[in-house]
Design a protein around this ligand. Sequence first.
Ligand code: SF4
Ligand code: SF4
Ligand code: FES
Length: 330
Amino acid sequence: MAEEIIRSTQSGKVTMRLWRGDEEGGDFVEYVMPAQEGEVVLDVIHRVQATAAPDLACRWNCKAGKCGSCSAEINGRPSLMCMTRMDTLDTTVPVTVAPMRSFPILRDLVTDVSYNYEVAKRIPPLAPREKTADEVEAGGYRMAQIDVERSQEFRKCIECFLCQNVCHVTRDHEENKTAYAGPRYFIRSAELEMHPLDTNDRRQLLQEEQGLSMCNITKCCTEVCPEHIKITDNAIIPLKERVVDAKYDPVAWLGRKIRNRTKKTASEAAALAPAQGPAAVMPPGGVHGIPQPHSGGTTVVVEELVDVDVNVLSDVTETPDPTSPNNPNL
Ligand code: SF4
Ligand code: SF4
Ligand code: FES
């Protein structure tokens, strides 16, 4: 495939077909930009902002694939703009960049992802067990490394929400959002459920209020995850097994009784926890219909290659949500 791709630098130009508009509607606009070797899609978006469309809204922060802000649909594939190299795209045809389809549009390429933070608030947090006498004396918990490693993979999540965007349960079914947590929050629950110290039990919540059974393990979420987290195999399937065990397996039930291993249900945890804000609500607006790429519309041509000072661009910056489980301060 690499041989078939004609690099933009051979022609010296690249056409970006960017979605422009807001919640009221919009359309794709083409921008013909000078091409430069070694660029990623976000570089060219910045060039569009600097030369042709200073009012173009795009969210980004790190340009290193770590903040999860620059999620978009590039040629229809949910991707990070800062991690998608231009030389991996076929630039003999326009490169289409659209906002994530599953979330309400704020403006241009920026969507309102606050729905995800509302879902996060409903997951009971880590509740570590009491220390044993030995642990009190030693001044810390003791855990087997193998138990720690099991949930470590899920901590790599950068909350780009590409998996939430691609999941077909909500992508074309806005009505499912009230009853479905989505893959990002299934891995959050898995991370906590697999934590060796945790005493909260989220299985009933997952089954009855977060729609775990609606996931039919298509693995689309795993395919788009920029952190290569095996969302389906390592989080969702083990969670489904735990939920089934809790509900239908008498041997597992007996084992828990004998070992006296009891975890708090979500409602018991909520009663003990400090107030965590309101319950999840439907986001304003709905799944928006982004028109398909077309060959018409406005075309803006920029002839000169300019250096872009990213510090002065009028992007929409993101303030990390303090309630987000990805918040390093938690
Ligand atoms: S595997 Fe489940 S969570 Fe992931 S995209 Fe498919 S249905 Fe959604
Ligand atoms: S699990 Fe992967 S795709 Fe989903 S929000 Fe986290 S980093 Fe993004
Ligand atoms: S700007 Fe792309 S992940 Fe941070």
